[in-house]
Design a protein around this ligand. Structure first.
Ligand code: ATP
Ligand code: MG
Length: 389
């Protein structure tokens, strides 16, 4: 019996004329992500895509693990694909779902017949399958309201599909369908979650990380690689730029009042990240900021960082509590890595008494004593590029 995966593509169905493009993008993403598992053939039909292993060696358990992290899929199920012959359908149902049926006490049958040439109508399929299952599994009873297991039979153009439970997919929209954005990633808890959330909305991710050796260690950068790898399990491959930030940070320390160190540092980061983003055809920045979480994230401080940005800045965590962010970071498995104790460039020069209500005028005045442009240019030029898979 051939086993396939049936994918229901959630929000895609809403996109009218764009649906084909979205579907093509979803299939392209799945093909790419399933490469390490094996080759699959994808066949769209109505709001379902059938993923069929192209050879015997494909491990369907592994494929399911990958697919559960691909955005654009609302739900999916493993299914047996059999000939559209009713006797075959009946025996295959008992065989394919046998274990689950033995463990259950009640069941119901749901049938969908999109191939109208099939001789039995949906209610007949349900009734006859129900009778057959009751005979084969006499311990079961039918419960149409709250069954332990629902047997689904779908008669489609290419084959009949038999499946039990549906598994919830990752939701969202296919990565790339909304364009590309640049994630500013620290080694903290928030930014990886922010990247995950925006990838879910269909954005392809690239990333920028500021490192300040020798204040920050090689291990701190490795931590960022590990975090991005976890995010990439959802978003697909991420191109990372690591920007040397030491010189700028030291210049900030030498030239600006301590109370606005962090805000000036953020503005410098935004300026550089924006240039790298635009140079790589990304249309927005993404940060893990949340209002009021720390002094550099008060509304006034955010206004100061925002003032240097010419492209949109997406801050998906802006209204979230820390515990909400933590529960998402556990879900995407970044939490344990994020809490490893390596120094971040932000923690190195943290002011003792940061100004919580800085104004753009004041910060600009403080910055104006130094010519930052050569330093910004140099940092951008010396950035290193790595692909994270
Ligand atoms: P995170 O948990 O993401 O580090 P945080 O709550 O610690 O966030 P900050 O350290 O103030 O907050 O950083 C705010 C945002 O600025 C981060 O979410 C991230 O998007 C960006 N950022 C901070 N440090 C860096 C860095 N070294 N490289 C790139 N982006 C950074
Ligand atoms: Mg941080």
């Amino acid at each position: 019996m051939k086993e396939v995966i049936l994918l229901k593509n959630g929000e895609l169905a809403l996109k009218g004329l764009n649906r084909r493009t979205f579907e093509d993008m979803l299939i392209k993403n799945m093909k790419h992500r399933l490469l390490p598992v094996g080759k699959f053939i994808f066949t769209p039909s109505q709001s379902t895509i059938v993923a069929e292993p192209a050879d015997e060696n494909c491990d369907l358990d592994e494929a399911v693990a990958v697919i559960s992290k691909v955005f654009g899929i609302a739900a999916f199920s493993r299914a047996a694909a059999v000939e559209k012959d009713f006797d075959t359908i009946l025996t295959s149902t008992a065989e394919y779902l046998g274990e689950e049926l033995l463990a259950a006490r009640s069941f119901k049958v749901e049938a969908k017949r999109s191939d109208k040439k099939f001789p039995l109508k949906s209610p007949e399929i349900c009734r006859e399958t129900g009778e057959y299952i009751l005979k084969r599994f006499p311990h079961l009873c039918v419960d149409i309201h709250n069954p332990d297991i629902t047997i689904n039979i779908e008669i489609r153009d290419t084959a009949a599909f038999i499946h039990g439970k549906q598994i919830k997919g990752a939701g969202g929209m296919p990565v790339g369908s909304s364009g590309k954005a640049c994630l500013m990633i620290s080694g903290g808890i928030d930014s990886p979650v922010a990247g995950y959330m925006m990838a879910k909305r269909g954005l392809e991710l690239m990333a920028v990380h500021f490192a300040s050796p020798p204040y920050t260690s090689e291990k701190a950068e490795q931590k960022v690689h590990s975090l991005l790898k976890k995010v990439a399990a959802y978003s697909g491959r991420i191109g990372l730029w690591v920007v040397p930030f030491t010189e700028i940070q030291e210049a900030i320390k030498d030239n600006c009042p301590e109370e606005i160190f962090t805000v000036v540092m953020r503005r410098m980061m935004m300026r550089i990240a924006q240039r790298i983003a635009v140079g790589n055809k990304a249309g927005a920045l993404i940060t893990g900021e949340s209002v009021g979480q720390v002094a550099s994230q008060t509304m006034h401080a955010i206004a100061c960082t925002q003032a240097v940005c010419e492209i949109p800045v997406f801050r998906p965590l802006i209204g979230m509590d820390k515990d909400e962010v933590i529960s998402l970071s556990r879900k995407i498995d970044t939490f344990e890595t994020s809490i490893l104790p390596y120094e971040d460039c932000c923690t190195v020069f943290t002011p003792r008494h940061p100004k919580t209500r800085p104004t753009v005028d004041y910060v600009e005045k403080c910055e104006s004593v130094t010519d930052w442009e050569p330093m910004l240019e140099k940092a951008e030029k010396e950035a290193r590029f790595i692909f994270i898979n």
